[in-house]
Design a protein around this ligand. Structure first.
Ligand code: ZN
Length: 253
């Protein structure tokens, strides 16, 4: 009966997929109950394979898995959501790949339950699939990921004096914003416009329905993209996220 015990079914979202040998694909799958699982999809490089379409990135489904000594093997799958828009629109594809890779970068293999993170990723992909601006959803994902992992930047007034000011600067090392009066010349800081600060507060705390209606100009996107990237790198302790390579290709960092 030992063989049977090694079979289980899990819901999962495919984070990424790469060729593995001549016939197979190696899949990174996010399971709400088990965390990130690295699995083999046997034969999935072959065009006739019934598994091939079921293990493409962003597919969400039920997966029957076998737990081997080092790797999991996908035996069967049923699709729940396919996310066709994310595959057919370059900007949506890029940002969807970026946030899936970001999850792959920060989640350990076999780490156990990650239900809130799973929900955040799924919801972000769903908004993009329904036509929300991919860059906006990508930024919202950054801020909400920081919050979920316990690294929400302090955005309610100056970190040092607590006052509301008209001009703020980022202070990545201290985890928030400081006013001009409290800014020391040696600080690793950069200016944050009032408009971008208001947007950052909404992205961090606002609900998705409100975020979906936000309008972002290119300048604000650049400020907030820089802001969230340096925070993610500093506070999650990763120097070079692979995830940002996707955005560099589209010149969207
Ligand atoms: Zn201050």
């Amino acid at each position: 009966m030992a063989g049977k015990e090694r079979l289980f079914t899990t819901q999962g979202l495919i984070l990424k997929s790469k060729p593995f040998g001549e016939r197979d694909r190696l899949i990174s799958l996010l399971s709400p109950g088990r965390g990130k699982l690295t699995c083999v999809a046997p034969g999935a490089r072959k065009t006739k394979s019934s598994l091939a379409a079921l293990v493409e990135p962003f597919t969400y489904g039920n997966y029957l898995m076998h737990q081997g000594r080092n790797l999991y093997t996908i035996r069967q799958a049923d699709i729940i959501t396919f996310f066709s828009r994310l595959r057919n629109d370059l900007e949506s594809y890029t940002f969807a790949s970026h946030i899936c890779q970001l999850v792959d970068d920060v989640v350990e293999d076999d780490g156990g339950q990650i239900r809130e993170l799973f929900k955040l990723l799924y919801r972000s992909l769903l908004f993009m699939e329904k036509g929300a601006a991919p860059a906006l959803i990508g930024l919202a994902f950054h801020f909400k990921l920081l919050k979920l992992l316990g690294y929400a930047p302090h955005l309610a007034g100056c970190l040092h004096c607590g006052r509301e000011a008209s001009i703020y600067y980022l202070h990545v090392e201290e985890g928030g914003i400081v006013c001009f009066n409290c800014l020391k010349s040696a600080d690793s800081s950069s200016y944050l416009s009032q408009g971008s600060l208001a947007l950052a507060r909404l992205l961090l705390k606002g609900n998705w329905a409100a975020i979906n209606h936000l309008k972002l100009n290119e300048e604000q996107y650049k400020e907030l993209s820089f802001f969230s990237r340096v925070f993610l790198q500093r506070w999650l302790g990763v120097e070079n996220f692979k995830a940002f390579n996707f955005l560099e290709k589209l010149n969207r960092t």
